[in-house]
Design a protein around this ligand. Structure first.
Ligand code: 9MR
Length: 443
């Protein structure tokens, strides 16, 4: 580790703003008429995860599949978070030094944000999938090129990417607990924190994560080594917000019984934890269920991303490790995951019980649109609606409005005007996003 000037650990922390959305309201908005969003047992992975403390359930997405309607039907229905599978990697975004190409990544981001899904950026600095020019570099030239890459890409996606995998897979496998040898590592042991600082400068609102595989088993030397790095970063004020456990339980590494200990131990360092690339060989329901329950048991476990939608989309399709078969049908593991999410003990049904909302799209003008929400199951209620910025709400009716979450969460309380409230949303340049119902509480 490089030496850090004393006092940095206590410097003001970065802004932390994460858009909070769920698919519940969105589905109602794009549906032909009115679909219910319930606070009790949601029927899709994303909506159900959202009800478990605002978590997400996401998937890796490949840009070249966005024209496949079987694929996008499942994507749009089930998931409220996406990670571009390859399109934000270094070879994709900077194929020639200093020439940045964002077309495929932008397509995925647009697809996601216009549907209220959050985006995980993957990945800014990695030993693998480097373009040829970078592979050929070393020393300070490589260090500077890496930092410039981090700065440029994080700047391009500023305000759109909720979490960045700033550095990916920097530790060696096996018992050494050492850094992985790579051209980046050979630029100096401080390359990881330098990357985090550059990302922090470029996008102070994004959550910055370290992401790796085989850091699932708490007893593994690799897990312990990453844990010590995160602990050191927190101690010295290096801007890190989260750890991503890829959790490829496939090809020889299995779900470990101490997985929950690993999640909670990282969380105890003061970082969020994310399960970022989940797939499990042959998709056993038990292991999928355990992963979900472990995440729900750790309040800082913010969500789960599976590494592809259908088995045919998987990087290891021969192992059929995903939740949908190649025909797009739900597998038993899908039902295990959804049931675990819906039965989750994470506190989400607030005191007073839940109620149900139906969202009806209203008039759309060039710069704004109306939405109305009907509440069932309670005569007095509190409904929380997430607005995707830069959109803002200009007017509300038939309820008493208050705001929090940096003006992205609108809370509407019944005020004796009946069970249907409404509001006008100003697009402010984003015509695609639609409000998302976050919760409905009776009383
Ligand atoms: O799924 C990705 C596959 O399409 C690529 O060919 C491969 C190239 O390295 O990367 C795969 O995704 C990897 C991810 O970026 C990082 N963790 C391991 C994933 C599976 O290899």
């Amino acid at each position: 580790m490089s030496d850090e000037p004393a006092g940095t650990a206590g410097r003001p922390r970065r802004l932390r703003v994460v858009l909070v959305t769920s698919t519940v309201g969105l589905l109602a908005m794009v549906g032909a008429a009115v679909l219910p969003g319930t606070a009790a047992a949601a029927s899709t992975l994303g909506a159900s995860a959202a009800e478990r403390g605002g978590r997400y359930f996401g998937t890796a997405v490949a840009a070249n599949k966005l024209n496949d309607s079987a694929y996008t039907t499942i994507l749009n229905r089930e998931f409220n978070q996406v990670t571009p599978e390859n399109e934000m990697k270094i070879d994709a975004t900077e194929p020639q030094q200093g020439q940045f190409t964002y077309g495929n990544a932008d397509r995925i981001v647009q697809h996601a944000l216009s549907r209220g899904m959050r985006v995980r950026g993957h990945t800014l600095a990695w030993h693998s999938q480097q373009p040829g020019w970078m592979q050929a570099m070393s020393g300070s030239a490589l260090r500077n090129a890496m930092l410039n890459h981090v700065t440029q890409v994080a700047t391009h996606f500023r305000g759109k990417v909720a979490w960045w995998d700033v550095v990916n897979e920097a530790y060696a496998d096996g018992g050494s607990g050492a850094r992985r040898d790579s051209n980046l590592q050979r630029t100096g042991n401080d390359w990881i924190e330098a990357a985090f600082r550059a990302a922090d400068q470029a996008d102070p609102n994004a959550q910055l994560c370290y992401n790796d595989y085989n850091i699932d088993n708490w007893n593994d030397a690799k897990t312990q080594a990453v844990y010590r790095m995160v602990q050191d970063f927190k101690n010295r004020g290096v801007p890190i917000d989260c750890v991503g456990l890829q959790s490829h339980f496939t090809g020889g590494s299995n779900y470990p019984s101490n997985y929950r200990t690993t999640l909670s131990s990282f969380a105890a360092l003061g970082v969020d934890v994310h399960i970022t690339e989940l797939d499990i060989r042959n998709a056993p329901s038990d292991a999928y269920r355990n992963v979900v329950n472990d995440c729900l048991a750790v309040s800082r476990c913010k969500g789960i991303t599976v590494w592809g939608i259908r088995d045919s989309d998987s990087w290891r399709s021969g192992e059929s490790p995903l939740l949908f078969d190649s025909g797009g049908n739900k597998k038993p593991a899908y039902n295990a995951v959804l049931t675990a999410l819906n039965n989750g003990t994470a506190p989400t049904t607030p005191p007073g019980g839940g109620c149900t909302t139906s969202v009806t799209p209203g008039t759309v003008w060039g710069d704004r649109y109306n939405t109305s929400v009907t509440v069932s199951g309670a005569s007095t209620w509190t409904v929380v609606v997430a607005i995707t910025r830069p959109q803002t709400v200009s007017t509300t009716w038939n309820g008493s409005a208050s705001w929090d979450g940096g003006n992205s969460l609108l809370t509407m309380r019944s005020n004796g005007s009946g069970n249907t409230f409404g509001f006008t949303t100003m697009m402010n340049g984003n015509s695609g996003a639609r409000p998302q119902i976050r919760s409905c509480t009776a009383g």
